[in-house]
Design a protein around this ligand. Structure first.
Ligand code: CA2
Length: 149
């Protein structure tokens, strides 16, 4: 088990998962995704710190914190992906690897979802696979930070 957890950070409205719009985001709740991530990370020899916030500044503070306290960051910034220069600035200032994830494929959706302020500061992007996007990101992160079984 590596010492530092992988932070899995989730942005606004993702607390509503499983309740509405299952045709876009799937039927899994965020709590179910959290449990799947914990189990996958354990199998890969890692631990996770899984969080959700509806507050942009809180997400930014967690990213700053991750630079010292995390091995890497898996980030679904939700709507802030498409709006937040603050998020881009925070991500640009951290040296741990960042993987951007989305449940849906934003490029199949409205054009306002086609721009990401996260992507230019991310090591890679995984989108369109529902809850599996998070698990694929964990596999990639385990390879980046080492410590896989
Ligand atoms: O596909 C993703 O993971 C997104 O990050 C989800 C965001 C959206 O703004 C991004 O373009 C793509 C929206 C999350 C809101 O989640 C809801 C879940 C259930 C009901 C309403 C919103």
């Amino acid at each position: 088990m590596s010492q530092l957890p992988i932070y899995i950070l989730n942005g606004p409205n993702l607390n509503l998962l499983g309740e509405r719009e299952p045709e876009i985001y799937g039927r899994a709740t965020l709590a179910e995704i959290e449990a799947e991530c914990a189990s996958k990370a354990k199998a890969l020899g890692h631990s996770t710190d899984f969080r959700q916030t509806n507050i942009e500044g809180e997400l930014i503070s967690w990213i700053q914190e991750a630079d010292k306290q995390a091995g890497g960051v898996i980030l679904n910034a939700a709507a802030y992906t498409h709006t937040s220069v603050g998020l881009f600035d925070a991500l640009s200032a951290v040296s741990v690897p960042v993987i951007e994830v989305h449940l849906s494929n934003p490029y199949k959706r409205e054009t306002f979802r086609h721009n990401s302020f996260v992507s230019p500061a991310a090591r890679g992007v995984i989108c369109g696979f529902g809850a599996q996007s998070y698990l694929l990101a964990l596999e990639a992160m385990a390879k980046l930070v080492g410590g896989e079984k």
